[in-house]
Design a protein around this ligand. Structure first.
Ligand code: DGJ
Length: 371
């Protein structure tokens, strides 16, 4: 009996699963599918925290019960539900009122202020995806509750760092060019929408956050009607924009940015822009975070069908598990648009081929092999 009691903890430990099964239901400690979509992980004091969109479940009556979900884990497989880190505000005078859209939330820890800062793509109630804003919230505790500060369109009244004087001047008649005509595409590449949004601030839809090795943090977002990514520098406290921003891959329609630094270079997975439907994955590389970024094509190494839908996923984050050894985990979403809660998590180990990251489908894989 005594021996059994002594051995029990070891037995329980030995039983802990290290298996990841992309695309299956992923139950949390309460047996419910993990409700954290379009999310990212943040490691703090040895524990992983997973933040993501907490979506209303089908048939859910409480319209105030959504926002940003938070889960914690020591092993990346079993996750404890920490509840809503940010919840919509039940007040019609708030921009964050029920009915608004909260997508792709990310959290950073600011060591100077000791605060956790959350940014998220924010669309206003009843306006579809027109507002194209980003929201910011703050907390003393990683799990929240986060206090909503405000939402905005970034970088009003400032030009991108990599914008020429010529690009600052409007081309006569540019606002009436026919969408998708060659002239229009050229005008977009040359900053048509940057000029249009100069005063009111640049659009911010799909987003991620990234802290560079020098401690500078960037809010990286689909701007310019989703045609161009903007890498927007955040202030030292991470709560605002400095006004320094860079256009990346102009006119190339990238969404779902997920960045990582490996083997001396910056890599970025993105997707194209096809709503909730998956499309061919994309990879880009840069020597410096602010560019120049170079598109390298599809990182998927599967069948033609699998590559054309990124194994049925859209990128959201890359976890640096053991970056010195080149060990990273790709995280993506397999969206179920009619029941977003039910969207599946696609985690795959990043593999390397000729110095470049590639993805291969795995029905299941063992984290133990990637330490
Ligand atoms: C694609 C984006 O990546 C998602 O986050 C979401 O905004 C959908 N579009 C909405 O159609």
């Amino acid at each position: 009996m005594i021996i059994a009691v002594i051995l029990l903890p070891f037995f329980i430990h030995a039983q802990k699963s290290t298996i990841i099964s992309p695309g299956l239901m992923w139950p949390d400690n309460e047996g419910n599918h993990i409700n954290a979509h379009g999310g990212a992980l943040l490691r703090h004091e040895g524990t992983y925290y997973w933040f993501g969109e907490s979506r209303l479940r089908k048939g859910e009556n409480d319209r105030t019960n959504y926002g940003v979900g938070c889960y914690s884990s020591d092993d990346l497989v079993s996750w404890k539900n920490e509840g809503l880190a940010l919840r919509v505000i039940n007040d019609t005078s708030s921009l964050l009122q029920p009915g608004c859209v909260i997508e792709r939330p990310k959290v950073l820890y600011n060591s100077k202020t000791g605060k956790f800062v959350m940014w998220f793509h924010h669309e206003l109630k009843g306006q579809g995806y027109k507002a194209a804003m980003t929201g910011v919230a703050i907390s003393d505790r990683i799990e929240g509750p986060y206090k909503y500060i405000r939402s905005l369109r970034p970088n009003a009244g400032t030009w991108p760092v990599n914008f020429t004087d010529e690009q600052k001047r409007a081309i006569p008649g540019e606002s009436s060019l026919k969408s998708w005509s060659e002239e229009w595409k050229q005008a977009v590449r040359d900053g048509l929408f940057v000029r249009r949004d100069f005063e009111g601030g640049q659009m911010a839809r799909d987003m991620t956050l990234y802290t560079d090795r020098d401690g500078k943090a960037y809010h990286i977002h689909s701007a310019e009607e989703n045609m161009t990514l903007h890498f927007s520098e955040l202030t030292e406290d991470y709560l605002d924009f400095t006004g320094r921003y860079y256009r990346v891959l102009p006119g190339e329609s990238n969404e779902a940015p997920a960045l990582f630094f490996a083997k001396g270079r910056y890599f970025m997975f993105t997707s194209g822009t096809t709503g909730w439907k998956p499309n061919p994955g994309r990879l880009a590389v840069a020597d410096r975070i602010t560019g120049e970024w170079k598109a390298l094509g599809n990182p998927c190494r599967g069948t033609e069908e699998e590559n054309s839908i990124t194994f049925g996923s859209q990128s959201t984050y890359v976890l640096p598990l053991n970056p010195e050894k080149g060990i990273f985990i790709y995280m993506g979403d397999r969206w179920v648009p009619e029941d977003l809660y039910n969207s599946r998590h696609i985690w795959l180990p990043v593999e390397w081929e000729n110095g470049l990251p590639v993805l291969r489908w795995k029905k299941e894989w063992d984290l133990k092999e990637y330490r």
